[in-house]
Design a protein around this ligand. Structure first.
Ligand code: NAG
Ligand code: NAG
Ligand code: NAG
Ligand code: NAG
Ligand code: NAG
Ligand code: NAG
Ligand code: NAG
Length: 477
């Protein structure tokens, strides 16, 4: 029934011409509808568009739309081989539980569309834990499926003219703090085992836990996201690339109760066995406020390895630390070839922080001989002001963190700062042109080596990805 009545909804096309005529006729026959023309850039444009209202969606903020979303997407999935499809979410408040995406598909939110996550926990299906974690992050066993979930897909776009997806996480945060949850909290958007993904031009609010979680995926473009959650709530990380290759995150503004970006690759013996690193990651033009966490965290789950991360043009305000490496005995894996430049930091506890004893194990079966390798960490061309401690660099005894390079960095200490701004143990590397004078473990090379620390000059494949301009017309109430 829903499927048949949806057929006339295929009334919008990327290319004009004859089909524009059809559109005009439709508009005449439905004068009560608003005709809108939308333009945006995406990795692919789509041949077919339908509106959520064609599938019984009601945007009153109280009607549950889970079935409407899923029916629409199941219906539109048949166009995968015929130019792909798009689901238009009109202005309104669309309450929903978790739904699954499909391939060659765009979810487009009008600027006044708000997708609201239901707070009825019964509505959230349970799925298996991630194999590289062995268990849920909050609790052993399964986890709630994310609000917007994609598994085994290719060519998926989630975008809008800054439309909103609100996780209404308050209930989850409270239950988590009281220890009342049996399973791990859902994420706002999770895409797994997928490739060619774009998530852009959206406002994401109040996720129950992490906001954006691409995992076991490749070729991922994240652009123009505003992510906001209260700074006091648990684990509301912004964007967490996890065992992903070729990812580009740019032009994002993130304020949250945990790391703005946390780069991950699995947990202890499960992550080691799964063995899937995060590599070829670009992060640029990020603004972050994270009073209790990091602007960019590497770990703590890094057991599949993290390699070739390039971050630049970052503004950090009132955050606990700038770049933080978190690891522990038992993690195994590696964090290597990390390049960060042009970071401006205002009001920080630590500009740089590395922690070798983060702890937090999946279970007691981790291998005490699985030592992480932390090597080739490059920070250059940065200024910081009002900083309490310049750096706390804490390697692992018998497993030092090596190849650390810090050059051309000026850190202005706050009036309340510690007398010794650098605290280094079990680390080795070099420095040049760094104020205040670094610890002796980072041997000063003199000011002629001010450009000593590497930043690659080549482009990663994801930097060469080109987007197209897509335009289409839609009618909505
Ligand atoms: C969504 O996908 C998950 C995992 O792939 C599956 O368990 C679930 O049944 C799917 N839900 C729907 C409504 O198809
Ligand atoms: C993944 O998708 C492909 C193509 O759609 C399909 O053939 C395959 O069965 C899917 N695998 C799983 C595990 O869902
Ligand atoms: C998107 O909306 C958020 C929240 O209202 C706002 O802070 C942000 O500036 C908007 N972004 C753009 C690009 O308009
Ligand atoms: C989407 O975001 C990008 C980057 O922030 C911006 O350049 C572009 O104008 C935005 N597009 C729309 C349709 O808002
Ligand atoms: C040092 O870093 C600043 C930015 O903090 C930059 O403007 C300047 O060009 C850098 N100097 C060198 C020699 O690279
Ligand atoms: C400096 O940092 C402290 C916290 O360490 C904060 O209370 C104060 O407002 C900051 N000052 C400025 C000028 O930002
Ligand atoms: C320096 O760090 C070590 C741990 O690496 C810690 O035990 C010690 O208290 C710190 N010293 C200061 C002065 O903060």
């Amino acid at each position: 029934m829903a499927l048949q009545s949806a057929l006339p909804a295929i009334e919008t096309v990327a290319i004009l011409g004859l089909l524009l005529l059809l559109n005009t006729r439709n508009a005449e026959s439905r004068r009560s509808r608003i005709q809108g023309c939308f333009e945006y850039s995406a990795i692919s444009c789509r041949a077919y568009t339908a509106s959520l209202t064609d599938f019984g969606g009601v945007g009153d903020g109280t009607t549950l739309n889970t079935d409407a979303f899923q029916a629409a997407i199941n219906y539109l999935s048949q166009f995968a081989g015929f130019g792909g499809s798009q689901l238009f979410v009109p202005p309104g408040k669309w309450l929903t539980g978790s739904f699954n995406l499909t391939s060659h598909f765009t979810l487009y939110l009008h600027k006044d569309a708000v997708i609201l996550a239901t707070q009825d926990i019964e509505q959230w299906p349970l799925i298996d834990p991630l194999p590289s974690y062995g268990r849920g992050r909050d609790a052993p066993g399964g986890r709630y499926a994310s609000l917007i979930f994609g598994n085994n897909l290719t060519d998926v776009v989630i975008t809008g003219d800054n439309g909103t997806i609100d996780g209404q996480g308050d209930l989850w945060w409270q239950k988590f703090k009281k220890g009342e949850l049996k399973y791990t909290r859902p994420y706002l958007i999770e895409i797994m085992y997928s490739e060619n993904i774009q998530i852009s031009n959206l406002t994401l609010l109040n996720s129950p836990s992490w906001h954006v979680h691409p995992v076991y995926s490749s070729n991922i473009l994240v652009q123009g996201l505003t992510i906001i959650a209260p700074v006091t709530v648990p684990n509301t990380d912004g964007i967490n690339p996890d065992s992903c290759t070729n990812t580009r995150i740019e032009d994002c503004y993130i304020v949250s109760g945990d790391d703005c970006i946390a780069v991950k690759s699995g947990w202890d013996e499960y992550g080691i066995a799964f063995g899937m690193p995060t590599k070829q990651l670009v992060i640029r033009r990020l603004t972050c406020i994270s009073p209790d966490s990091a602007v960019i965290a590497l770990g703590s789950e890094m057991s599949g390895g993290i390699q070739d991360v390039r971050a630049e043009d970052i503004l950090a305000i009132n955050s606990e630390s700038g770049v933080r490496i978190k690891t522990a005995i038992g993690r195994g894996g590696y964090v290597k070839d990390i390049y960060v430049r042009r970071m401006t930091m205002k009001t920080m506890k630590w500009a740089f922080w590395m922690t070798g004893n983060y702890g937090s194990h999946a279970d007691e079966n981790y291998d005490p001989n699985a030592l992480p390798i932390i090597q080739g960490i490059n920070y250059r061309d940065m200024v910081a002001e009002n900083v309490t401690m310049a750096a706390r660099l804490e390697g692992i005894s018998g497993d030092p963190f090596t190849g650390i390079c810090i050059s051309n960095v000026t850190i202005e200490m706050s009036p309340h700062s510690k007398k010794v701004p650098w605290n280094c143990t079990d680390v080795a590397g070099i420095s040049s042109g760094v104020i205040p004078q670094p610890c002796a473990q980072l041997a000063d090379q003199g000011s002629e080596y001010i450009s000593a620390c590497d930043f690659p000059t080549d482009n990663l494949p994801i930097e060469n990805l080109e987007v197209r301009t897509c335009s289409y017309r839609a009618k909505y109430l």
